[in-house]
Design a protein around this ligand. Structure first.
Ligand code: KMH
Ligand code: ZN
Length: 308
């Protein structure tokens, strides 16, 4: 059995500062938590940026550049930059940081969906910053746009233009078929790093049947041409990543996906979640991949060409 790649998604664009004092927001916090997660065993670091003053997700490459070089200098981890960005960002904005940084790996979302974050509104009486409630509320009407043309543009500009490979974000069975369509057109190159996502409102639910179905369909569409990974939101994070790993998947954890490290207990850092998933997987004789092993498993080129 191949070793398991732990990806850690450090801050994302879903949660807001009011939800956890441990959510990294400033470049210093993002760098420190990313480095600690890599030291704990994350081979891949999936990164977004936030406005240091307000914690609002930002596509500004200058903010990314305040933490990317520090992380690269301190760790050997594979740096994976979002192309999904966050609510309200145009495709040019979403591509600005990865085009500046030329990373080994970037996310690529495989379909459009109404990405619902508004149910989280009801859990908080008040918010620290003005933007937070509006951000959650407006997701009721937010189409996270990833058309075929958008996907083609990212493959062309980042894949062809920079040699970046992709974490293919699949929130639904249909997204696997879209990825197969791009494979048929030879616009994506195996081994495909397929991230199956469960529990986002608007995508497939966190039900075991969906996890097994995703694997069956991916096996059918891609055979040996894919490397599977599983992530799930909120309380489903640890059960689903564990089930995924038992079924041959790599895993993604991190505060982008869940703020918790136990029932009702906030994770105090990203590294805590990395240590937690390791403490579950290692006693099951599932071995954890180093960054070098992750590069081999995902056919990455190494960090030499990155522009930071
Ligand atoms: N926030 C996750 C559900 C991206 O950054 O492109 C998916 C994600 C998307 O990480
Ligand atoms: Zn992300």
């Amino acid at each position: 059995m191949s070793k398991i790649i732990i990806s850690c998604a450090v801050t994302g664009a879903v949660h807001t500062p009011t939800m956890s004092p441990h959510l990294p927001v400033t470049p210093d916090e993002i760098a420190a938590q990313a480095i600690e997660a890599a030291e704990a065993g994350a081979a891949v670091l999936h990164l977004h940026a936030r406005d240091p003053a307000t914690g609002k997700p930002t596509p500004d490459p200058n903010v990314f550049m305040q933490f990317l070089p520090r992380i690269k200098q301190a760790t050997d981890a594979v740096i994976n930059i979002t192309t999904g960005g966050g609510q309200g960002m145009s495709m040019d904005e979403r591509l600005a940081a990865p085009e500046r940084a030329s990373p080994e790996l970037a996310s690529l979302n495989m379909g459009s969906m109404n990405f619902g974050m508004y149910p989280m509104l009801g859990r908080y009486q008040s918010f620290q910053h003005d933007w937070e409630a509006a951000h959650l509320e407006s997701s009721r009407d937010w189409i996270f746009r990833n058309t075929f043309k958008d996907i083609e543009a990212i493959l062309e500009r980042l894949g062809k233009g920079h040699g970046t490979r992709f974490e293919f974000e699949c929130y639904d069975t249909s997204h696997l078929y879209t990825l197969a369509h791009f494979l048929d057109r030879k616009l994506v190159t195996p081994p495909l790093f397929v991230q199956s996502i469960f529990g986002i409102l608007g995508g497939q639910g966190a039900d075991t049947e969906n996890l097994l179905h995703a694997k069956r369909i991916a096996d059918k569409l891609f055979g040996d041409d894919y490397r599977w990974s599983v992530m799930a939101s909120g309380r489903h994070q640890m059960p689903f990543t564990t089930m995924g790993a038992i079924n041959g998947a790599n895993v993604r954890v991190g505060l982008e996906d869940s703020l918790f490290a136990g029932r009702g207990r906030l994770a105090t850092s990203n590294a805590e979640q990395v240590r937690l998933i390791r403490s579950i997987l290692e006693p099951l004789s599932l071995e954890i991949a180093t960054p070098a092993e992750a590069r081999e498993i995902l056919a990455l080129k190494g960090g030499d060409n990155v522009a930071f």
